[in-house]
Design a binder for this molecule. Structure first.
Ligand code: DC
Length: 207
């Protein structure tokens, strides 16, 4: 069973997907962390092709994120890495390498996979596809609280990243055909998790 959760930054994807995975007893796949790892490598080696870095990278996802054996769980959340991740994510070669790794991971077992293109590209056959959204202001408020940053600055940077993520040539952010749209603006995390868990139960009983 695979639950695919896509949507823009700040819609609550990570928090909801992680809690949902725990609730269902599935494994959580944070695909954004993989793009962030490639971004970190690219910041350290600006002259190397990001696609070559993505192919070589050994990324281990779990409680901690390990990149070539180094714990980068905190480093990949830095604002400059968010910015660089949005840039490397527009590279077709990076996407091909990471999509292949993601498909290999989810081939066996039960997963909640979260990102931008899980339902559209990585696993269009997912039993349940959810597109999480929230108002831009709400999303910026959440990100600002997480980062301890100014909400107006986050809102402006978010608009730029949204523009790049939704208009890029390769796998732009979009709801997959058949995805359930869920706006988390007025919902608590528990409510969002509960709704998706109910959809997952219904999907697994008809699968
Ligand atoms: O979800 P996040 O903020 O950790 O994602 C980091 C960047 O990677 C963001 O710019 C979107 C991009 N991304 C992507 O293009 N495809 C994915 N499946 C996951 C993330």
């Amino acid at each position: 069973m695979l639950v695919a959760i896509d949507g823009p930054a700040g819609a609550g994807k990570s928090t909801v997907a992680r809690a949902l995975a725990q609730r269902l007893g599935y494994t959580y796949l944070d695909s954004g962390a993989m793009y962030r790892c490639v971004a970190l490598l690219s910041l350290d080696a600006p002259n190397d092709r990001p696609a070559a870095l993505a192919q070589k990278a050994r990324i281990e996802l779990g409680e901690r994120i390990l990149l070539d054996g180094r714990d980068v769980s905190e480093a990949i959340r830095a604002p400059e890495v968010s910015e660089a991740a949005s840039r490397v994510a527009a590279d077709a070669g990076v996407r091909a390498a990471l999509v292949a790794s993601q498909r290999a991971l989810i081939a066996a077992g039960d997963w909640v996979a979260e990102g931008r293109d899980i339902g559209t590209v990585v696993a269009p056959e997912a039993e349940l596809k959810v597109f999480l959204t929230a108002s831009p202001e709400q999303r910026a408020r959440r990100r600002a609280a997480e980062l301890g940053a100014d909400p107006q600055t986050v809102l402006a940077e978010q608009a730029l990243r949204d523009e790049r993520d939704t208009t890029r040539e390769h796998s732009p952010l979009a709801a997959a055909p058949g995805a359930v749209l869920l706006d988390t603006s007025g919902l608590t995390v528990a409510e969002a998790v509960e709704r998706i868990a109910a959809l997952a139960r219904a999907a697994s009983s008809t699968a």
